[in-house]
Design a protein around this ligand. Structure first.
Ligand code: ZN
Length: 136
């Protein structure tokens, strides 16, 4: 049911400061930068072969990413699993007793449909289910 690791999310304080490591030293192509207003974040996607890295920069103190950085510092934030039929996958997870942060998918970066599992249910890893509907 999981197609691949779609992307890995990394929390950063500043995209401007973080990006040169990825683009200049690792030489990963920058696919785009986008503001996700509903989450209070700006994200940059970098292509790393079959998968992507998603750098997350908080735009205000209320954003969940700002709170994450405040508590744990910058670094690994979430792993996004690419799926089809995301609502059915969410229902599967709940049937197996996994707590979901979203019971219904919300629209994330790039218009993807996403839902997060609660880390308390997954051994402290924040997993995102991610369905791309007819996009890159
Ligand atoms: Zn993500």
């Amino acid at each position: 049911m999981i197609k691949k690791i779609d992307h890995i999310g990394i929390a950063v304080k500043s995209l401007d400061e973080a990006l040169p490591f990825y683009t200049d030293i690792l030489q990963l192509p920058l696919l785009g930068i986008e503001e996700v207003k509903s989450e209070g974040i700006k994200v940059a996607f970098l292509k790393a072969g079959e998968t992507k890295l998603e750098l997350l920069e908080p735009q205000n103190d209320e954003s969940a990413v700002a709170k994450f950085i405040e508590k744990r510092g910058e670094g690994l934030h979430h792993v996004a699993l690419g799926v089809d039929s995301i609502q059915a996958r969410i229902d599967d997870m709940k049937m197996h007793g996994i707590r979901m942060i979203q019971d219904e998918p919300k629209i994330g970066a790039g218009g993807a449909h996403v839902a997060f599992m609660h880390p308390k249910s997954t051994g402290s890893v924040l997993y995102e289910l991610c369905e791309k509907k007819g996009m890159k």
